[in-house]
Write a new protein. Sequence first.
Length: 224
Amino acid sequence: MDILFDTANLDDIERLTPIYPVTGVTTNPSILKAEGKIDFYAHFRQIRSIIGPNRTLHVQVLSKETQGMVDEAHRLLDKIDANVYPKIPLTEAGLHAMRILKSEGVKVTATAIYSKTQGFLAIASGVDYLAPYYNRMQSIDINTRETIEALAGFIKRFDAPSKIMAASFKNIAQVSHALQSGADAVTLSPQLLQQALSAPDIITAVDRFLDDWEEIHGTTELPF
Ligand code: E4P
């Protein structure tokens, strides 16, 4: 199972990557907006230096045209590093770009997936990851669990190399449901993971253990 940080915030990535079992970082232009006017390639080289060579880094192209997407993907590989996964929105132009990039041996993440049809096309094109947008799909009354199950079923049935990296989460229940439905990976904001571990019940349980110990032993530490 892969858990990725959906953020471009250097401080969060640096502080939280040693704590959480993350296997990569994803971003999109809206996520980058939160970081202000960054030096684009330098920013991603910094992310790479924080996460190291073994975690995956997924960076989205901007162009809406096939050739523009292919050119931008090449630029990402040249200017960040050769292991970047260009993230390509699955439009018709994007599908064409993905097929060209896959024929060149480039690793590709298909993004902006809202439907089974987009998913099937991504899988049939041999993409490495496909990113169904969980919350956005739910918001327009698409059955996200059924969609992910169907895509996972196709991957299994055709022994395809693609992995489902569910994205666009607004609460932790959506994350669990995506994984239970067959997603191989989930990408979410570090804040959502942190929220999950700071739930009042967890804090209360830990505090009560300490209170009980202190009541008898007068300390909150184990004996030396
Ligand atoms: C993933 O990489 C997606 O771009 C992202 O999760 C979309 O999230 P949003 O729906 O919160 O914008």
